[in-house]
Design a protein around this ligand. Structure first.
Ligand code: WTA
Length: 642
């Protein structure tokens, strides 16, 4: 197969970048030409950021699974598409070749069809990291259903909200999921989410943990039974087939919910063609993928990183993608290195939070592990601090592997700013340069472009790229307000950045009320809403603070209306409430009980002061003269938790 635009030298990078700016349509049509189309497009790009309207490859017809699977069968049929490493290292590894993946995806597409799923229907997927999750995702894509994967760490309430927002009628789940020494009872959580739900018609349940489940007659069916029946339908005389639905380039491929600064997660919608093209293009170039390379992205498929760089990008490139069910520290902190050694991994792509947590275990977990297969290391999800970067470089890469620091977002679909491994220079803590086709700019508060270097400002994009979000599900105006209304004619990322003399970008973190906890995006308003649901709470304010492993921790200032003699008990109640409403990932790390919050005369909470106190600054808190009652600040500072 031909790969989209392989950039092999700094000179080529510069040329490609220039071409992508001067002739974007020509540039992207050349990239798009390397894919399988049922029908080629009529028009490469049609856009404006006012509405916004973003259309790539209009008139084109395709199915992403034909690109991720069918086109590889002839040359790569017996090559592993997925290598599945189970939670328990003593359990059997599963190697899924492209031939097998094809068969399973056809079979599952048939299962969906048998259960009434049609093109455009929304299917919610709530599973652990098992190959069946990949079959479910690709099965949806094959019949043109829109998948909405929900991370296993979200609560029943969060699932219920997402089901309702997406008006999902189908769910694919499992009895449970193994994560280290824990079992997450997925089906029970789904059952809780479905109390009172009247729209879900079918729940397909895969057996993984043998956790007891209640299967409701007429609604719940077993994955295994359905697959067995479907097998006889898709396979005739040894030939497997399930015709892929012909999709328009702009037909939605999936929805993925993510937090913003408002209290409600947004359903980010990605398209079929643009998403496919950009994830493949970025995968091949950023990681400098070579045929035969084994790629290990440690993310969960419940997040965008798993969608783009475990499933769609690597599979479309015909790569071998490692899928890991467990956690990095179980049964011990050498698990990633075991996996690298066992499967001869060439590319590892992980998060700074994982690196920082493994740093705490010293070098013993590396003993006896052969990491010599590694060629390229990557990070994603949050800024990587210098110490973690050097540790990764020294102990994992043995100072011979380039590190790609990849900046992107759920909304961008794929990596926008990153060095290309070994081709463009890396610089610790810098995501460095934009990929060809990506046009970042920095603006000041008024939206004026900050030119010249060095510079700092808010990071925006001034032109569309193929895998950008198209809308927020069911509410286009929300998409406009969130991303396109802050600054005229720009996509606003919500991140701040600085740019050095050479034009390298360093992402400094969110400039809105969104936290990044262990690489997971959490809106402060969401956490506040959850805390405020507890009966004893009048009001709360949540801010982030520097956390040595998680990057950011969650600090909550809480006003209670009940006299609590046991503060610790009250804290546990609050934590329990947040776990129930959002999920364990949003639990506050610190809860300080206060009498009042610092509010301006117009009633706005002065978060800047709360952030400073959470960071341990209790003296120089800046100008507080506009506060209704500046005395509140002193009280809060005096009661600061350590
Ligand atoms: C942050 C994850 C610094 C950033 C793919 C962004 C990063 C948010 C980096 C998106 C990086 C992601 N350096 N910060 N290399 N990568 N971020 O939607 O704040 O889960 O806006 O997508 O993570 O998080 P999301």
């Amino acid at each position: 197969m031909s790969y989209p635009y392989q950039i092999k030298s700094l000179q080529q990078y510069k040329e490609a970048y220039q071409k992508s700016v001067d002739q974007p349509e020509l540039f992207w049509s050349e990239v798009a030409d390397t894919f399988e189309w049922r029908k080629k497009w009529d028009r490469v790009l049609d856009w404006n950021f006012e509405e916004p309207k973003i259309k790539w490859f209009e008139g084109g017809k395709l199915n992403i699974t034909e690109n991720c699977i069918d086109r590889h069968l002839q040359s790569l049929g017996e090559t592993p598409a997925l290598i599945w490493e189970p939670n328990n290292p003593d359990d059997r590894v599963r190697v899924v070749t492209y031939n097998r993946l094809y068969k399973r995806v056809c079979q599952f597409a048939q299962v969906l069809k048998n259960n009434g799923v049609k093109k455009g229907d929304r299917v919610c997927i709530y599973m652990g990291m098992v190959p069946e999750l990949a079959y479910a995702i690709l099965g949806c894509a094959r019949i043109g259903a829109i998948h909405s994967v929900v991370f296993g760490g979200f609560s029943a309430q969060s699932i219920a909200d997402r089901l309702e927002d997406a008006k999902a009628e189908y769910i694919v789940t499992a009895d449970g999921a193994f994560r280290g020494d824990k079992i997450i009872p997925l089906k029970n959580v789904i059952d809780d989410a479905l109390i009172g739900n009247r729209t879900v018609k079918k729940v397909i349940v895969y057996t993984r943990t043998r956790t007891p489940v209640s299967m409701i007659k007429g609604r719940d069916v077993w994955w295994e039974d359905e697959m067995e029946f479907a097998e006889t339908q898709v396979e005739k005389e040894g030939v497997v087939s399930f015709p892929a639905e012909e999709m328009d380039a702009e037909d939605p491929l999936f929805i993925l919910y993510t937090s913003g600064s408002t209290g409600k997660p947004k359903g980010v919608v990605h398209s079929s063609a643009g998403y496919m093209i950009f994830t493949t293009y970025s995968f091949v170039n950023v990681f400098q993928y070579k045929p035969g390379d084994v790629h290990f992205c440690t993310a969960d498929i419940g997040w965008i990183t798993g969608h783009s760089y475990i499933i769609y990008g690597p599979l479309s490139a015909g790569a071998t993608s490692v899928m890991f069910e467990g956690v990095p520290t179980w049964p011990d902190a050498g698990r990633f290195w075991d996996i690298v050694d066992k499967h001869k991994v060439n590319i590892i792509y992980t998060a700074p939070t994982a690196i920082r947590s493994l740093m705490g275990y010293g070098t013993a977990p590396f003993e006896g592990k052969d990491l010599s297969s590694l060629k390229i290391l990557g990070t994603v999800g949050e800024p990587i601090n210098e110490e973690a970067w050097h540790w990764y470089n020294k102990h994992v890469g043995k100072e011979k592997c380039p590190i790609v620091d990849t900046w992107w977002q759920t909304e961008t679909g794929g990596i926008l700013i990153s060095n290309l491994a070994g081709v463009t220079p890396d610089k610790p803590t810098y995501a460095t340069l934009p990929l060809p086709g990506v046009q970042p700019i920095l603006v000041d508060e008024e939206g004026k472009e900050i030119t010249g270097n060095p510079a700092t400002g808010n990071l925006c994009m001034k032109a569309p790229w193929p895998s950008m979000l198209r809308t927020t599900y069911g509410d286009h105006e929300r998409c406009r307000l969130n991303y396109f209304s802050t600054y005229e004619n720009l996509y606003f990322t919500g991140d701040g950045a600085l740019r050095d003399e050479e034009g390298n970008y360093r992402i400094t973190g969110r400039v809105d009320d969104v936290l990044n906890v262990s690489g997971h995006r959490i809106g402060t308003a969401e956490v506040e809403n959850a805390i405020n649901m507890h009966y004893g709470i009048v009001e709360s304010a949540v801010v982030g603070y520097n956390h040595h492993i998680k990057g950011q921790g969650i600090y909550a200032y809480v006003i209670c209306n009940v006299v609590h003699t046991d503060e610790e008990h009250m804290r546990q109640d609050i934590i329990q409430t947040v776990s129930r409403i959002i999920g364990p990932i949003a639990k506050p790390d610190k809860i300080q009980f206060v009498q009042g919050l610092p509010k301006t005369r117009s009633g706005k909470i002065m978060r800047r002061v709360l952030r400073k106190i959470a960071e341990g600054e209790t003296e120089n808190l800046g100008d507080t003269s506009t506060l209704l009652d500046p005395g509140v600040v002193t009280d809060i500072a005096n009661g600061k938790l350590n």
